[in-house]
Design a protein around this ligand. Sequence first.
Ligand code: ACO
Length: 426
Amino acid sequence: MSEFATLLIDGKEYKLPVIVGTEGEKAIDIRKLRQETGHITFDPGFGNTGSCQSAITFMDGEKGILRYRGIPIEQLAEKSTFVETAYLLMNGYLPDRESLTRTSVMLNDFSLLHEDMKFFYQNFPSKAHPMGILSAMVNALRSFYPELIDLDEDVNRTFLRIISKVRTMAAVAYKISRGHATVYPRPDYSYCANFLHMMFDNPVIPYRMDQELVDALNVFWILHADHEQNCSTAAVRVVGSGKVNIYAALSAGISALWGPLHGGANQAVIQMLEGMQQNNLTPAHVIEKARDKTDPFKLMGFGHRVYKTYDPRAKIMKTMCDKVLKKLQINDPLLDVAMELEEAALNDSYFQDKNLYPNVDFYSGIVLRAMGIPTKMFTVMFAIGRLPGWIAQWREDALDPNQKISRPRQVYMGETIRDYIPMDKR
Ligand code: ACO
């Protein structure tokens, strides 16, 4: 039986349908609200607003659950690869052997950049942030590959082209920032191994591929592959809803991800931990600063709009961090600082009362440091991982017959009508 919510405005009752999701989540359908009542809803930051019906990712922030297409993140991190997870997100089901092989072959085929694209890199200032470069380059890809895409293909050429080339673009940006020769991908390497190869191989010191790091990178990218309607994904959907091409929508997502309250937090966490180390700041100092309402400082890598318990990705990331550092016999003092800070924050009443727990970014920087990734590239690493999710969300939006151009309303609080005053009378 259909469920309704009753709304009482000025003594008049309105019945609003309730939509129930497959996991029991309930949403009051207000699509006819303004038309029938003259009222709109007010929800800055959209904390209570469902913007779409989606079958891609399920999160339960109270229980710390994250599933891609129904499969728990813990199982994917343990058993899948990034390429297989990308296929799952984009298509809704796991690939059979043949589709997975075809996907891997196409990722290799698409991995070269058009040589003319290299000129773009040379004209960015040497100190340009790689996220700014990546967002511009992804937008530029449209000019090189303008052909239309068939949204129903399972191994979609355009999607794979983007996933493959963005990885190459990131590695090229790094090499150019160091003034080093760029390294071409190798057909015998997997997606993750090829990234490490393009980042770290050079003509005088060949890179020794370490399977431990390849596995860690697979897990890192699986953990970042989608996270339902977060800031950057919402940006991809909102921009895409104007029927813009996919490259422009993804470029908007990359720009949105850059912010320190979102994907930029992984860089900000490391900078915060380094600052503590250099200035001999104890966890108590930092926590005091984070508690201070007059100080805009936030404990980076803590808190989340949806998770009110430990972020399941952070748990996996922390375990992986321990494992990688031990296996590679790396002693990173920042890990000790991070663990002390985490313990102090989890035992602090401010963080307990507000349900603030570590999020995925708290330990991810330490894993990236172990791989040799420079801090400036951390958010780019997040962006590469998030591509399959953005693409899946863009595609879902493009295929949804109920989806309209995104156009929120506002409550106007400015001046009411008044006359223009000529210059000599002001
Ligand atoms: N340090 C100190 N106080 C915090 C923190 C933090 N990290 N996070 C939230 N709070 C406080 C807020 O000041 C607020 O206090 P109030 O109720 O007294 O005003 C309360 O906790 C609730 O937080 P909001 O800011 O309302 O929560 P919101 O959902 O809007 O923000 C966000 C979530 C942006 C992630 C926030 O927790 C934050 O800034 N964290 C630090 C940055 C970070 O790690 N971002 C990465 C998030 S994960 C990702 O995007 C990949």
